[in-house]
Design a protein around this ligand. Sequence first.
Ligand code: ARG
Length: 312
Amino acid sequence: EIDLGIRLLREALDEVAPRATSTETTRIVMCPPSRFEVAYCINPWMAPERWSAERMALTATASNDWALLRSTLEDCGAVIDIVPPEVGLPDLVFTANAAVVLDGVALVARFRHAERQGEELPYRRAFEKLRDQGKLRAVRLMPDDVVLEGAGDCVWDKTRNLFWVGYGPRSDRTAADVVARTFGVEALPLELVDPRFYHMDTALLPLPRGEVVYVPSAFSDEGMALLTSRIGAENLIPVPDADAAELAANAVVLGDNIVLGSCSDAWAATLAARGYRVRRTGLAPFRLSGGSAWCLTLRLDLKSKASDRARQ
Ligand code: ARG
């Protein structure tokens, strides 16, 4: 009888307040690379001929490294949700581009290039499914005429409670306004000027203690001025060009772990000196497409300060 009472009480409590675990789990969306290849060229990294020449080896490495990335993230406490791969959509693996997600709301991406526009519908379906499973509250769409390539160009800065929005090569400057309206938070546009860093997630990485790792060549003077005034020079950590060119800034940060593809020992030591632990997962085949660890993931559980307060 006591057991029954406790069970009923628990159920009643669950109805008023969802269990802490459902909102505090680190949730990450990934898409397995079984259909991944470099079949077209929409950024300076992509060389379809190089891919074809080594197709067998690259496919095998892609699959092993992706599995290592997944298990490393799981080892850091993340729970992975899967978007199924689709024939003819090789870049679907880059789930960072699928949407911008905050406070349980997913704003589904709109892509610049025809080669990737076919991903919009499968991603939308995937998010609607996650919503139906209770892992999201709502799914929103971009206006027809505004490009925003998801979290690839829209990076959450938890310390400052705002989004940095990269624009130029892919996303539109006006996407920042859509983001601000959709999520009710500040969204600051930064122009991208180096073709190698065509998505902002290749060039900007906020860390949990308020530091922001960035690639100096990637931003316009105006963008640099904005970064410096909002972040403070003392908190801006430049990535050496050789590491930037390995996409070392394209990393997933979980607590003090920085999960990335590859970087120099010197860069790992710089981060270690600040209390972070670098975990390398390879990912060379994905760099041939212009992507690395962050690109292959999308956080579903990010929260703004307002929503964090509302839950307490
Ligand atoms: N080949 C893909 C493209 O050019 C790579 C996307 C990488 N994703 C990212 N979030 N940076 O669109």
